[in-house]
Design a protein around this ligand. Sequence first.
Ligand SMILES: NC(=O)c1ccc[n+]([C@@H]2O[C@H](COP(=O)([O-])OP(=O)(O)OC[C@H]3O[C@@H](n4cnc5c(N)ncnc54)[C@H](OP(=O)(O)O)[C@@H]3O)[C@@H](O)[C@H]2O)c1
Length: 243
Amino acid sequence: MSKTILITGASTGIGAECAVYLAQGNTIFIHYNQSKAPAETVAALVEEKGGTAHVIQADLSTQQGCEKLYTEVAAITDHLDVLVNNAGGLVARHEVKTLSWELMEQIYTLNTYSTIYMTHLCIPLLEKGTDPNIINMTSVAARNGAPTATLYGSSKGALDSFTRGAAKELAPTIRVNAIAPGVILTPFHEKFSTPEKIEVFRNASPLKRNGVSEHIATAVQFLIENDFMTGETIDINGGVFMR
Ligand SMILES: NC(=O)c1ccc[n+]([C@@H]2O[C@H](COP(=O)([O-])OP(=O)(O)OC[C@H]3O[C@@H](n4cnc5c(N)ncnc54)[C@H](OP(=O)(O)O)[C@@H]3O)[C@@H](O)[C@H]2O)c1
């Protein structure tokens, strides 16, 4: 059955891969903030694979941006089956000794507030969907401690807790799960990790490799399809963190 799916941050990296991976026969809302041309390329790929694409811009680190995205989605569809809260980022590497209030706000609004508020806004659309479910993108940085990404890790750790609370509150209608990726080679690391750091990450992994976006997209599809899963975070990190 055809699904209507909103993926935030679908212009590049993991979100873009998810959009194309899930495209066939589905309607995909491709959200972006600054990367308009890449978002349009993703839309073309979605259509090529037999999906229907809608491209919407919004800065999700603001309340107004989240409301803009929701309003524009709701003007096109009367329901959502899946919300993938994927938009996010490190913002800047820092140490606890050197953080500022402004950096704390930037990291938390982008990663934590946007996911929580988009979830809140989309509930009425999801309630009209079929087996509606939400997938939040957290991070191995929330699990293991990640020096120079401590604020980022904690902003994702809050989402781990939010996922479980929302899963209980929104059951039995809406399922809520999360994925905690390890190092996945996307523009994220082009911005925030040197090639040397990428090599350090690779060597620290028991599998001796970093991941690619498809490792996450397959898990998103699994969470969409498995209607007995809620409140869970799936770790996909090459064994860097084991429970
Ligand atoms: N790559 C990794 O190793 C890794 C590991 C753990 C978790 N993650 C998480 O996975 C998610 C996707 O990351 P990625 O690796 O695919 O990175 P990416 O390629 O940099 O993608 C980030 C996405 O977030 C969007 N975004 C950034 N700032 C935004 C803002 N203010 N408002 C709205 N959207 C914004 C970007 O949109 P524009 O480019 O259009 O501005 C882009 O589509 C993020 O939540 C990240 O924290 C990544």
